[in-house]
Design a binder for this molecule. Sequence first.
Ligand code: SAH
Length: 255
Amino acid sequence: MIHFVGAGPGAADLITLRGKKLIEAADVIVYAGSLVNPQLLEDRKKDCEVHNSAYMTLEEVIEVMACAEEEGKCTVRLHTGDPSIYGAVREQMDELSRRGIDYEVCPGVSSFCGAAAALKAEYTLPGVSQSVIISRTEGRTKVPERETVRSFAAHQATMVIFLSAGLLPRLQRELMEGGYPPSTPAAIVYKATWPEERICRCTVEALADTAEREGIRKTALIIVGRFLDGAGQRSELYHPAFTTEFRKGRTSEDR
Ligand code: SAH
């Protein structure tokens, strides 16, 4: 069996219990060396074989998995954050399916959740934004024309932008041309939950300058939206007058 496992955003204790158990049981681990915390490998069995996928092609990764499978071994494919977000897992799954090899997925804490924790923020503030747009700037990987940052910016919703810390002048321009006022609050969260985590708060118009000043060019999320102001209305869910399945709301006469 092949297990795709989310390693979490960085801190070694932010993997799930299931993910940790799978690492402890693995005979073979293929990990994304560029972003997975190597401390996670310390739990492996003594004779566990380890491969760093940063130096491998898709074909080589599949070969390692297929050989392990033939020998009846347990393989863990360790991906940063959650495998479903920019994880390049589909191509591995398709090839495994084609070869009749079974696989499972163990989710992880994505870095966009790690960044919210670092910011001590809620992305979905009532009265401010009820949507989180996860996207990226186009780099060597193309982004469909109907999904440009510029087009999403028109919503002025909360936006979390991956894989774009090295493309900030362009990102900043697209955010403003698309509809965010230049003074919209923004943050650059570098290596969220790692010991070297850094948070740089600024505005959309200052994103490129801020990153340059701080020397941040990769492993960062760009986060945009008025939720960063902290202002918002209180939730209905915990309002005394709001009735839910579990709690009957009181009118002002009841109180
Ligand atoms: N599957 C991962 C994302 C992989 S794409 C996840 O769920 O988080 C790699 C990009 O993720 C990086 O370029 C960066 O934009 C972001 N990233 C990953 N870990 C990060 C962290 N700890 N802090 C900030 N950004 C991170």
